[in-house]
Design a binder for this molecule. Structure first.
Ligand code: AKG
Length: 283
């Protein structure tokens, strides 16, 4: 049996069973229902993910930035109080951590969710051939969740011609070696988002899944997701001490590595590209 670390390095993702207790998951369920209600009632107010959206109608499958004050619930931060989780993340990333993102995903109500094949940070040369990660994303499913589909090992090699065509055409066709990953409440799915992956779920599923990401404190790639509140004492005092430290590490890194105007433009462009692929249920 491969160790957790070898599975993560080799495949680009791994499921760790029973990381959270039923009580912890129940707390998160309450917080999540409140969040989903808020976003469904007023999606334009947030960085909402849509399966479709037109002038008179819409359907949602998630929201970004759930640690911002208008969406935050302390249960979301308590996740970082899990000592075992932090230990594993530090071991895999090789040092102290900084915050990168916190989002939530759920099942749509009107249109099935079919997210196209992609690597989260574009099809660039940032992956390491030996598979070592420059970030970890992790999903915490509050109900059984089989929405994540990935190609093991694709985070440490260029895409094949067939894969590249799928990505460029925004398609969702079956690809060789694809694996559907199943998790139960309490499990955690760790992933390197350079792994070629997609998401899929129907309106009949009941999905409620947290989707977080962290990096090593001094990682040169990434960062630049801090926002004004992360420097405010009142906001930080509301946070779990571990979150406070992660956020303060992110702010310090962002301040020490300001973006040049060209990088700013690149960031805006890649945010737009990302928004276009998280928008939908395209075939
Ligand atoms: O639904 C999922 O689990 C995948 C989500 C995803 O690929 C993304 O947010 O980029």
């Amino acid at each position: 049996m491969m160790s957790l670390k070898s599975q993560f390095i080799n495949n680009g993702f791994v499921v760790i069973k029973e990381m959270f207790t039923t009580d912890e998951i129940n707390q998160l369920k309450y917080a999540m229902e409140e969040l989903v209600g808020k976003v469904r009632n007023n999606p334009l107010k947030y960085t909402t993910r849509y399966t479709f959206k037109n002038e008179n109608d819409y359907d949602t499958w998630g929201v970004n930035d759930i640690f911002k004050p208008d969406l935050y619930n302390p249960a979301f931060g308590e996740v970082f109080g899990n000592v075992q989780l932090i230990k594993i993340l530090k071991q895999l990333l090789g040092g102290d951590l900084r915050f990168w993102g916190a989002h939530a995903l759920w099942s749509p109500e009107k249109v099935d969710y079919r997210l196209r094949w992609h690597r989260d940070y574009g099809d660039n040369e940032l992956y390491h051939f030996e598979g070592s990660p420059n970030h970890i994303q992790f999903n915490i499913p509050l109900y059984s969740d089989s929405c994540f589909i990935a190609i093991p090992g694709s985070h440490r090699r260029p895409l094949t011609d067939q894969e590249r065509k799928e990505v460029e055409a925004n398609h969702t066709n079956r690809l060789p070696n694809q694996v559907r990953v199943s998790c139960h409440p309490g499990d955690i799915l760790l992933m390197n988002a350079h792994t070629l992956h997609r998401g899929e779920g129907t309106t009949k599923d009941y999905r409620r899944t947290l989707h977080y990401s962290v990096q090593r404190k001094d990682e040169m790639y990434g960062g630049h997701t801090s926002y004004a509140e992360m420097k405010e004492t009142d906001y930080l005092n509301e946070m779990h001490p571990v979150v406070r430290e992660l956020m303060s590490n992110l702010v310090s890194w962002d301040e020490a590595h300001p973006l040049s105007p060209v990088d700013m433009l690149r960031k805006v462009r890649s945010k737009k590209e990302r928004e276009s692929y998280i928008a939908g249920s395209t075939k």
